[in-house]
Design a protein around this ligand. Sequence first.
Ligand SMILES: *[C@@H]1O[C@H](CO)[C@@H](O)[C@H](O)[C@H]1NC(C)=O
Ligand SMILES: *[C@@H]1O[C@H](CO)[C@@H](O)[C@H](O)[C@H]1NC(C)=O
Length: 400
Amino acid sequence: MSPTTTMIFLSLQLITSFLFTAIASSSPPGGFTIDVIHRRSNSSSSRFSITDDDQLGSPYANTVFTTSEYRMKLQIGTPPIDIEALIDTASGIVWTQCLPCLSCYDQQDPIFDPSKSSTYKEKICDQDPNNPCRYEVTYADQSYSKGAYATETVTFQSTSGQPFVMAQTNIGCGHNNSVTLSPAASGIIGLDRGASSLISQMSQNFFSFFSYCFSRKETSKINFGSNAVVSGDGTVSTTMFRNTEKPNFYYLNLDAISVGENRVETMGTPLYSLEGNIIIDSGTTYTYLPDSFCSKVKDAVDSVVKVERAAFSGDMLCYNTADIDIFPVITMHFSGGADLVLDRYNMYDNTGDNYCLAISCVGPTEDAVFGNRAQNNWLIGYDTSSELVSFKSTDCSALY
Ligand SMILES: *[C@@H]1O[C@H](CO)[C@@H](O)[C@H](O)[C@H]1NC(C)=O
Ligand SMILES: *[C@@H]1O[C@H](CO)[C@@H](O)[C@H](O)[C@H]1NC(C)=O
C-alpha cells in the first residue's frame, strides 16, 4: 500500500475484516432453512461409491492470498470449471456467482454458466417440482449472495493423483451478488459446522478433518482427510466448543494474552469463559476483542512502545514507525496449554508510515474473533470428530 492510501487501506481493512463473521439471514422470505434440505445420512445409499480415504487419497486445494483474504482453487461442474473462492470457517454456504446475472460483481475467473454443465441440478423444496429452492446469505458487512440452491459436482486435487470428485454437492448458484472485497473472489466456501458447509458435506461420507497453512507469500494448501492431521514436534491443541446460540462457529477458549512478559488475563473481564469465548475465523483479517479485555491488551502494548502514536488512527492503536522490531511479542494462551507465541507480523500491520496493532476492539455484545492475520504461518488443523483445533508453527510458504 502506498503511504497516500493509508487511511483508505485502514478503513477498507476494517470493513473487509468484518466480512463473513456471521450469517445474518437465516430464512429468506419464501425460502427455506438449510437444515431441512440436507439430512445427514450414513446409509449404504450414499451417493459416493468409495468411502475409504486411503483409496481416495487426501483431497487438497491450492490457496492464494490477496490483500487480506485467503482463497482456494477448486472446480465445479461437468466439464469442470475453475473457481477461486474465499475460505471461510465462520460461514456455512458454498456459493459461486452464476450466469445469468441479475447483478454480479467483477471477478477474475469467468462466471460459472450452469447451462453448460451436465451435472447441475436445481434442488426442489417441499417435494414440489414447481418450487425450486432459493438461498440467500447476508454477511456482517451487508455483502450478500442470492440465487438457486442446487446440486453440482465439485472437484479437488488429491494426493492419489486422481481428481477427488464430490458429486451432488449442495451449492448456491448466485445470480444476485454483492461483495465489498476487491479484487473479488468467485464466491465463498463455507467451512463451518453447519450441515451445508463443504466440510460437513464431506464428513457425511469421508472424514471430518481439514487443515490450512496461510502464507502471505506464494500459494499454500488446504488439506482434507488423513493428510490434514496436524501432529509432531511443537504441535499444541485446544478444545473447540459449541455455543448453543451460535452452534455453527468453531469457538475456542482464550485464557489470556501475553504482551511481552506481561500476561493479561481474561479472568475478571466479561470475556472470561471456560467453554469458548472466541471464534476462529479464516474469513476475517484482524483479531477482534471486546472492549473491556481489549483495552487492557492495548494498554499493555502502549506501555512498552515508546514511539509517537500516529495521528488519525481511529480505533486502531497505531504508531509512527517503520520498525516492527520495537513492538512486544504477543502470545495467545488458549485453554489446555495451547500457547501461541505469535510472530510480530501476525499482530502488527504496516499501513504506510505506521504500524498498527492488528487487534480491533468491539462492543460487549459482539463476537471475539481470532482472525487470519494472526493465523499466518501456523499449520492449523480442525478435527470435528475429537473437537480439537491443533496448531503448529510452520513456514507455510516452504511447506509445499
Ligand atoms: C450411522 O451412524 C450412527 C452413529 O455413528 C450409528 O449409530 C448407526 O448405526 C449408523 N447407521 C448405519 C446404517 O450405518
Ligand atoms: C439484488 O438484491 C438486492 C438486495 O436484496 C436488491 O436490492 C436488488 O433489487 C436485487 N437486484 C436484482 C436485479 O434483482
